[in-house]
Structures are given as C-alpha cells and as structure tokens.
Write a protein that binds this ligand. Structure first.
Ligand code: BES
Ligand code: MN
Ligand code: ZN
Length: 512
C-alpha cells in the first residue's frame, strides 16, 4: 500500500472513500465534516442527534455522497471518549478503517487527520501508531493457501489529509517509523506462523544470515561443533532428541559504536516443542510451532532498529533447537552443564526453554552489556497467572523494569511484574546438581525466571514471559488469529526512547 500525505480540502479530494474520526462524547459535526454535512442535507448531524451512530471505539458507518463531493463515500469511525484517547485507540481505529476499506474492495482511501484532534498533533507518535494500525490490520498469512483474486485485493493508496502544514513534518517521521515497525512485526508474525518443518534451526539461521546481509549488519551462526567447544550443554541437550541440529544465531548491529550503550536481546528459538520425553498432550500441540516467538521478536526488532539507524549497539542472541522425543533424546534425570559452568538436573524435558536460555544468557556476559532483555514463550504457568492480554515481567534491575513497563504502556504491549523473592529459589534446589529445571506446580512462571536469574547476575536484566501474548485465537482491530508478533514494538520503542543506562544501578542478586 502506498502511503501519501498532503494538505488540502475535502471539497477537492478524489478518493473512493474519505474517513472522518469522531469522539463518542463529542457527537458533533465540526471542521471539514461540516461542509460534507451541509452538502448532504444534514444527514450526518441527524444521525448523530438521533444517536443512530454513536462514536464508540471501532464503530463505523458509511454513507454515499451521490456525486455531491468528489469522494464517492464518507465513513465515520468512532474513537471512544476523548479523555481516553491513547496511541492504541488510534492504532485500533486505523486498523478498523483499513480492514473495512479492504473488505469493501476499495483501492483508494483518504483519512482526514485533523478529525483525530489530539492535543499534541506536533508529536510523531500519533502518526506512527496510525500507520502501524493500518498495516498490521491488513496482515494475512497466505503463503500456504490458495487465494482468489478477490481475496488478494488491498487498498492501493492511503492519503493522510491535513488542513494545514503544521503536522506534516511529524507525520512524515511517524509514517516512516510506522512502516518500518509494521514491516518488522509482520516479519516476526510470518516466522512464527510458518510450520516447524519449514523453519528448522538451520533454516532460521539462513533467514538470519540473509536478514543481516540485507541490513548490512554482522551475523554469526554457531554450529554444533562450536557449541560443544563453548560448553553449551543446555542447547545441545535439548537438541539431541531431534534430527535437526541446534544453532546459535548471533546478530550484531552497530558493532563499532563508540560511547554508546550495548543492549543484548535474547530470544527463545525452540522451532517446535513436543515436550521431548515428557511429551505434551496432543491437544493444541500444533501451537508449539510458536515456541520461537521470542527469537522472531528479536529478529524483527533488530531489523527495525537497523533501518531506523538508532545509535546503540544491539546484540541479538537466538539459541535454536527442536525439542523432540527421539531415541537419543535427553532423559528426565539427566544432568547438563552450561556455558557458565553451572549444572542442572533435567527433571522435566518439557522445561527446555530455560536450558537453552541459560547458555545464551551466560554467553551474553562477554559483551559487557549495559542491559539484557530476554523474551521467551517460557511457561504455561504465566498464562494461568496473567492470561493472554499481558506479558509477564521479572528481572533484577528496578531501572530496566521501569523502562520496560513504561514502553509497554506506550506500545500497548503491556507487561506486569511478578516477584523474584528469595523464597522462590528454594523450589529449584537440586540434591545432585547446582539447580533443577522445574520448580513444580507452584509459581511456575516465577521459578522459571529464578532459573534464568542464576545466569544473569553480572548485568541488569529483564525477562519477558510471552507464552500468553505471542499467539491469539481471536481477531481484534489490528491483530489476527495466529502469531501476534509480540515484543517487536516493545523492543524497538525501548531503544527509540533509550537514554544512557545509569552505571550504578544496584542489582537484585539471586541468593547463593
Ligand atoms: N513452550 C512451553 C510453554 C508454553 C505453554 C508456551 C503454552 C506457550 C503456550 C514451555 O517449554 C513448557 O513446556 N513449559 C512447561 C514447564 C514445566 C514443565 C515446568 C509448562 O509451562 O508446562
Ligand atoms: Mn516445553
Ligand atoms: Zn517451550
């Protein structure tokens, strides 16, 4: 879809449909809508007066213009109450607009941006959110099905219309970033929606190499022999039950940055999680192709950050393996030794994510990072605790948690903190190894994070458990069933807003 931006008046706008946004509590015709109302014999003000159209968020109504203005139709889109407007309201309303325009088979749409009436039209974030909403809403995963020409139709041009020049500059910036971000989210969604046999660890590594070449950034892929040399018994142990060899993907953006913070993103890359010898039940096992959502988010975020040319150094670490119950699979009771030298008793082969992350988090130390954020579809317990609307957050740095929480609100990829108190660590004590990989049924999301906490003591760290948020079973304004692409927008915004991390931020260490 082509996105253009211009100043002009509705009287002269040739489009198949023009869109006005309205607030529920200001059921009134104003601005350039007044002109349309008058020329349409007050149809619009009548509709509002009689409450035949109430501008609740994502409610819409379409009217014909019968040649009275150049545009063939007018659509009114509700934004909800004015006091409740946020970037996400705009994102949703934009998504609703885009889908309706597409479903009506129209090729050109003009949005009257002044009708959104935000208090700070000079800030690019509204326009970024608007573009994100449009583009994310139009996403479909069609690679594996026959698509009729009808279904293929997408609006060709979206014009953002402004009445005066003031907002053009922030709108330009917002459109540019909105496009970059939406593209990155769609990359992550594509990777997650792809069936596991078409995204083996080896295939993912090739995807990462190609991505890095396109972005002109560094990429290194550690193979089995290198993982052995590095003593990464966690990754190797998880992969040993599969015919697919493990890989460890390292993306390095801005490797030569000077006087800039280094931030490491770690993403869980289990390309399929059968549970291993502790086999999962068949119901919904197909969804376990999404167990590399953390890794997909890291790839998407790095793509966007590189395209935006942000100044920080960003490292992406994606340990990839397939968790399968083959004849050489790791057994309950086996002990693995990680890159850091610590050992763990594998009491449950289905708690594989923490095993591969332990190696990656230990490896992250070598970059002397100012901050490390890991994203993982780590525990069903997190879904039980928090549901599917919010990501679980745990970590050892109050400052980093604060930053993540605040960008979570901004991007509406919200996070909620769970505690990592000392008492919880007792649950992962082992009689025969340093720790064990399952803390039992109580507080499963927390004890999984405690396990990771044993490998993150040297740097500020936040863990995001995206088990509930990476996948959805229902369509909403700009997210369709399937992969959500969670984490991409959060990570990118975190870096967009990044200021030098305080050196003396005290860490909450795990008990020894
Ligand atoms: N990948 C799963 C967690 C998961 C569950 C993600 C549902 C998305 C939706 C993870 O590897 C897992 O199996 N965790 C176990 C841990 C347990 C054995 C300690 C779990 O949550 O049951
Ligand atoms: Mn598992
Ligand atoms: Zn898993």
């Amino acid at each position: 879809m082509n996105i253009t931006l211009k100043t002009g008046i509705i009287e002269k706008e040739f489009a198949e449909i023009v869109v006005f946004y309205l607030y529920e509590d200001l059921q009134a015709v104003s601005g350039s809508l007044t002109y349309c109302d008058t020329i349409l014999n007050n149809t619009i003000s009548e509709l509002l007066k009689k409450k035949e159209f109430i501008a609740k968020l994502n409610k819409t109504i379409t009217l014909q213009t019968y040649g009275k203005i150049p545009a063939r139709r007018i659509m009114l889109v509700g934004l909800g109450k004015k006091k409740d407007v946020t970037a996400d309201t705009i994102r949703q309303a934009a998504g609703t607009t885009a889908c309706i325009v597409r479903d009506m088979g129209m090729s050109s749409v003009t949005s009257v941006m002044d009708s959104i009436e935000v208090a700070t039209p000079d800030s690019d974030r509204w326009y970024q959110a608007y573009i994100e909403g449009c583009l994310l809403a139009l996403y479909k995963f069609q690679k594996y099905r026959h698509v009729s020409p009808e279904e293929k139709k997408e609006p060709k041009t979206l014009t953002l219309l402004f009445s005066n020049k003031e907002a053009l500059k922030p709108a330009q910036g917002g459109i540019k970033n909105g496009k970059i971000i939406a593209e990155a989210v769609c990359l992550a969604r594509d990777l997650v929606n792809t069936p596991s046999r078409d995204k083996t660890p080896t295939i993912l590594a090739n995807t990462a190499k190609k991505l890095a070449a396109d972005l002109k950034i560094h990429c290194r892929v550690l193979s089995i022999s290198e993982l052995k040399k590095l003593g990464m018994g966690g990754i190797l142990g998880v992969a040993q039950g599969s015919n697919q060899p493990a890989v460890f993907i390292i993306l390095d953006y801005n490797s030569r940055a000077k006087n800039q913070d280094t931030i490491v993103f770690v993403g869980k890359g289990i390309t399929f999680d059968s549970g291993g010898i502790c086999l999962k039940p068949a119901k919904d096992m197909d969804q376990m192709k999404s167990d590399m959502s953390g890794g997909a988010a890291v790839m998407g975020a790095i793509q966007a950050i590189a395209k935006m040319k942000l100044p920080q150094r960003i490292i992406g670490l994606i340990p990839c393996a397939e968790n399968m119950p083959g004849g050489s699979a790791i057994r309950p009771g086996d002990i693995v030794k990680f890159h850091s030298g610590k050992t763990a008793e594998v009491v449950n082969t289905d708690a594989e994510g923490r095993l591969i992350l332990a190696d990656a988090l230990g490896y992250a130390e070598k970059y002397k990072p100012n901050a490390v954020i890991d994203l993982a579809t780590l525990t069903g317990a997190c879904v039980v605790a928090l549901g599917t609307a919010v990501t679980g957050m745990m970590g050892n740095s109050a400052e980093l948690k604060k930053r993540v929480k605040s960008v979570g609100e901004k991007t509406w990829e919200r996070v909620w903190e769970l505690p990592l108190w000392e008492e919880y660590y007792d649950q992962i004590k082992s009689d025969i190894a340093d720790i064990k990989n399952s803390g039992g049924p109580h507080a499963g999301a927390i004890t999984a994070a405690c396990f990771l906490g044993k490998f993150t003591e040297k740097y500020p760290w936040v863990h995001l458990d995206i088990a509930g948020t990476a996948w959805t079973d229902k369509n909403s304004a700009y997210i369709q069933k399937g992969a959500t692409g969670i984490g991409v927008r959060l990570l990118v915004q975190l870096i967009q807003d990044w200021t030098q991390f305080p050196q003396k931020d005290p860490l909450n260490k795990s008990p020894s």
